[in-house]
Ligand binder design. Structure first.
Ligand code: SF4
Ligand code: SF4
Length: 425
């Protein structure tokens, strides 16, 4: 059994050379490190997992720490995780396993391509198999397995939002005809109070543009991408098979999605299971319609807007401009950027299962990532924090309240702003 004693550098109390005391901080001297106290077998266990290989490549440069959103509200990052595993921590049993939001900012800067987006799901799968998953995440898994959505909502009510949309919402199982656009509404857009506002806005905008579209309604199930990243690969595969079977029942040209997580799932992971589609995030789909939208958006909103880049639209899939183009097209809207934006955008904390781990993370961080991000939005002097991910409206509205900024900042989905300007006319 290898020792798990941490290798601690020993600082000499005083260093005197030729009678000159040079024992200041800048001249600290160390004993040699006791490298035989390392526990390589823990690193080797992770490296042996499919997807876990790259943790071993870390050479401790610490570039990742400066960009990790969790380190900004805590003590975290790949360099630190590597070091802890190297000196005795079993990651599958440690709280660090659940703090990573898979935001991809570390991978963007890592010279060795240490890939937490693959490492974390691989080690989390070990924890899932051992049954050592935080209880709130476990509940989200169980809800997903039972109801097809992590909120535990009634699947039959998935399209209830449509009743108040003010325009007809075609449901594929009822209209029974091919459509140009199949709009995948997503779980939080279907059920969350504020998500439903965005859903209704989207229906009105599609309708005003004369788009030939439909939704799956009660047949739609969660895309499963966040469950996969949280370690429940089996659940992801089950949902993917069900959604692919449902998509296969209907004829459509393109999938348009409300959010970046389903975009990521349908574009990059469903094809591995036989589901290949042309997929666009709704901001990408609407971008070519901007000239027509500008004719219809008559009401100036007269607001200063700042935009939060969703990690899974921006860093993971390279789309930074479509949301901004739409925002710039809205009359009376001035776009102002936060310091951390685009490639270095700060994570809202909802990715990689973080959506269901806020209570757990509270014990290991000084504030929620969503709180930190709202403070950054407030710093810009913006009136509106614009988003285009269904996780974010709920997260940021909570954060606006918890940071004492209610009345100063409102959170709106971009589609709500478009709809507001159109309806104002
Ligand atoms: S940037 Fe990469 S190599 Fe450098 S410390 Fe972080 S994980 Fe290790
Ligand atoms: S993926 Fe994001 S949250 Fe996870 S370790 Fe890297 S920078 Fe930190």
């Amino acid at each position: 059994m290898a020792q798990t004693v941490k290798a601690t550098p020993i600082e000499k109390e005083q260093v005197v050379i030729d009678g000159v005391d040079i024992s200041g901080h800048w001249n600290r001297m160390f004993e040699q490190r006791v490298i035989f106290n390392y526990t390589p077998e823990h690193l080797e266990e992770i490296a042996a997992l499919p997807g876990g290989e790259s943790l071993e490549w870390c050479y401790q440069c610490a570039k990742c720490i400066g960009v990790c959103p969790v380190d900004i509200v805590g003590d975290y990052g790949p360099r630190k995780i590597y070091r802890k595993v190297q000196t005795g921590t079993v990651l599958a049993e440690d709280s660090d396993l659940w703090l990573c939001t898979t935001c991809r900012n570390c991978l963007r800067v890592c010279p060795k391509e240490v890939d937490m987006i693959q490492i974390m799901p691989a080690v989390r799968e070990v924890a899932v198999n051992k049954g050592t998953v935080p209880s709130e995440l476990q509940k989200a898994f169980e809800n997903t397995a039972r109801y097809g959505n992590p909120l535990g909502e009634n699947p039959r009510k998935r399209a209830d939002w449509a009743k108040d949309a003010g325009v007809p919402v075609p449901i594929m199982g009822q209209v029974r005809r091919p459509v140009d656009i199949l709009w995948y509404v997503s779980t939080y857009t279907s059920y969350h109070q504020r998500g439903k506002d965005a859903a209704r806005a989207m229906a009105r905008v599609f309708s005003a543009l004369g788009v030939d579209w439909g939704i799956l309604g009660a047949e739609e199930k969660d895309d499963g991408d966040s469950q996969r990243l949280a370690g429940e690969k089996g659940l992801f595969e089950m949902l993917a098979e069900q959604n692919i079977a449902t998509f296969g029942k209907y004829a459509f040209n393109k999938l348009v999605v409300s959010g970046p997580h389903e975009y990521n799932a349908f574009k990059r992971f469903y094809p591995q299971l036989g589901g290949e589609y042309e997929v666009e995030h709704y901001t990408q789909f609407l971008r070519p319609f901007i000239p027509r939208l500008q004719e219809m958006m008559k009401k100036p909103l007269n607001v200063k807007v700042t935009f939060h880049d969703p990690c899974y639209l921006g860093r993971h899939n390279g789309e930074y401009d479509a949301p901004r183009d739409l925002l710039r097209a809205i009359p009376g809207g001035t776009l102002t950027e936060m310091g951390r934006c685009r490639e270095n955008g700060y994570c809202c904390g909802g990715g990689g299962g973080g959506m269901w781990l806020d209570s757990f993370s509270r014990d290991y961080t000084t504030m929620r990532l969503s709180d930190r991000r709202v403070l950054e939005a407030v710093e810009t002097g913006a009136d509106v924090l614009a988003v285009c991910c269904p996780f974010e409206v709920s997260r940021f509205e909570d954060a606006v309240k918890s940071t004492g900024n209610a009345g100063r900042l409102v959170v709106k989905d971009i589609i709500e702003l478009v709809d507001e300007s159109m309806r104002g006319a």
